[in-house]
Design a protein around this ligand. Structure first.
Ligand code: DGP
Length: 113
């Protein structure tokens, strides 16, 4: 999609630190990490948020979700990790391309919000 930051990252038009890629998804390090490990996992097909996940193919959805576990193992997050997907203004979503944050490498707060 024109003018989408994450579409440009997926296309390689904006540089990123890639940690994983397959036919359906791309994962890279967050530019503003909130934890020692902070990775964004995005579907290659553009949808704005998880509220539009029904527009993705079952194969793409499955790939994105299973990539999270593969990346966590690759990153050595055996002690655990948190997965967050902000959706819309109340959740402070700042990039309108569906993405899952993988946060790990430290003890997370007991409360989620
Ligand atoms: P959210 O607020 O949930 O929409 O998260 C968007 C995340 O995207 C935020 O944690 C910072 C990250 N981000 C924004 N611009 C860039 C960029 O150009 N490169 C990378 N690697 N991450 C970015």
């Amino acid at each position: 999609m024109d003018n989408c930051l994450f579409c440009k990252i997926i296309a390689g038009d904006i540089p990123s630190t890639k940690v994983y890629e397959d036919a359906y998804c791309y994962a890279f390090r967050d530019i503003n990490p909130q934890a020692p490990t902070h990775i964004l996992v995005v579907p290659k097909d553009h949808v704005a948020s998880i509220a539009e996940a029904d527009k993705l193919s079952p194969e793409a959805l499955c790939a994105v979700i299973t990539a999270i576990g593969k990346i966590a193992a690759q990153e050595g997050l055996e002690k655990g990790f948190r997965v967050v997907s902000n959706c819309g203004p109340d959740a402070c979503q700042s990039v309108p391309h569906l993405h899952f944050h993988i946060l790990g490498g430290r003890q997370m707060a007991d409360q989620m919000a």
